[in-house]
Ligand binder design. Structure first.
Ligand code: NAD
Length: 369
């Protein structure tokens, strides 16, 4: 017989799996506190009709690695609530307040926003139990998508990757999949550093301009509700066309698993820096590694959001958050790329080893490991 009740336990965790069941409230949920050796677990509250235990565990573990890789004084956790996030707002408030009261004693877990929850939901949670991150500005929150924390970190990861690839960021051609909060801020920050954004895509299509897109005009077009492919100053193509764009740097900033064994050969870039979570399958990452493509894995490159949340939790300011994002993403991208080169391993393996070592060192300070 294996160890553990669920089959996914290992030496890191999960420390606690809490089942929330309250028929009167309509609350059906799970909280996984994976590992708290580095500090209280921070992780989002996901609300969707089809969430499950294993998903919750995998997301909690991903947070353990992401927080440790970023060198934050936080462990990883996650909560899932099985419900339709589009329910009427009064019902949603009642449910989230009920959820918060139910986890009031679970002080090792600090909730944050995720799919189906937002800063207003976190304000309700904080109002009930006095802790949550991703809060509205009025409550000391740092609006990470407004200030572009994740895009800021991605641009810095690109700088580091360029140095490792022997390329100059100035003049480098960049293609970005996804033009939402992450993609558009990354585009802007890279253009500020002299890179040329030659293509961006959204769910409806791709726009390409080899001379470099006029980002201010494209943003204005997008704000009027137009798909990027409807932008006049460029060549329009379907959403998949972004994969084959001629460029030095390719940034996925949309959905999981968009690059896989079946399409990875279309990528032409020398550098891939991941903004989205798990946008490239393990098999495709291995193929890129074998081709010598310099990759900065998702949980290193896109840690800007969680670093911002940690600064908010500690009572810091927006300026401090952006400074810390820059410092940490730069240092961690550098450490991961150097280690991968020195040991002849993939950057994902190097990043996971680095995170695991930090957690194991932190675990040695505890009385029971
Ligand atoms: P968003 O909803 O603001 O934007 C998503 C963008 O992706 C939109 O432009 C959408 O049109 C586009 N898109 C959707 N499907 C697409 C497809 N098939 N092809 C091309 N484009 C497509 O989301 P976001 O906040 O920018 O987050 C993007 C990704 O980054 C998500 O995977 C998210 O989990 C991850 N992430 C976000 C943050 C953050 O700070 N917001 C932090 C870490 C990771």
């Amino acid at each position: 017989m294996g160890r553990g009740w669920f089959g996914f336990e290992d030496e890191l965790g999960p420390e606690r799996v809490v089942h929330l069941w309250h028929p009167g409230l309509g609350l059906e949920g799970i909280v996984v506190v994976d590992n708290t050796a580095c500090g209280r677990a921070i992780g989002g509250v996901r609300m969707a009709p089809d969430v499950g235990l294993e998903e919750c565990f995998r997301l909690a573990r991903a947070m353990t690695f992401k927080n440790a890789a970023a060198g934050l004084p936080h462990g990883g956790g996650k909560a899932v609530i099985r419900a339709d996030p589009a329910m009427p707002v009064e019902a949603k408030e009642r449910l989230l307040r009920g959820f918060a009261r139910t986890i009031a004693e679970l002080e090792s877990y600090v909730p944050g926003p995720d799919m189906g929850t937002d800063e207003v939901a976190m304000a309700w949670v904080r109002d009930e139990i006095g802790r949550a991150v991703g809060l509205p500005r009025e409550l000391g929150g740092i609006p990470l998508d407004e200030i572009g924390a994740t895009g800021h970190g991605l641009a810095i990861a690109c700088e580091v990757a360029c140095r490792h690839a022997g390329l100059s960021l100035e003049g480098a051609r960049v293609a970005i999949q996804g033009f939402g909060a992450v993609g558009r801020h990354a585009a802007h920050r890279l253009a500020e550093r002299g890179a040329r954004i030659v293509a961006v895509s959204d769910s409806r299509g791709t726009i390409v301009n080899e001379r470099g897109l006029d980002l201010a005009a494209l943003l204005a077009h997008k704000a009027r509700g137009g798909p990027v492919a409807g932008f006049a100053d460029g060549r329009a193509a379907g959403p998949e066309a972004i994969l084959g764009v001629d460029c030095e740097i390719w940034i996925p900033a949309a959905r999981p698993d968009v690059v896989h064994e079946g399409n990875v050969d279309r990528l032409r870039a020398r550098i891939v820096v991941s903004g989205a979570n798990i946008p490239i399958t393990a098999a495709a990452e291995a193929i890129l590694h074998a081709r010598g493509v310099v990759q900065v894995p998702d949980f290193v490159a896109n840690a800007g959001g969680v670093i911002c949340a940690a600064v908010e939790f500690a009572g810091g300011s927006e300026r401090e958050a952006l400074e810390l994002v820059a410092e940490k993403v730069r240092a961690n991208s550098e450490a991961v790329l150097q280690r991968a080169r020195a040991e002849g391993i993939s950057t994902r393996r190097a990043a996971e080893d680095l995170a695991r070592e930090r957690i194991e060192r932190a675990m040695r300070f505890r009385r029971f490991g």
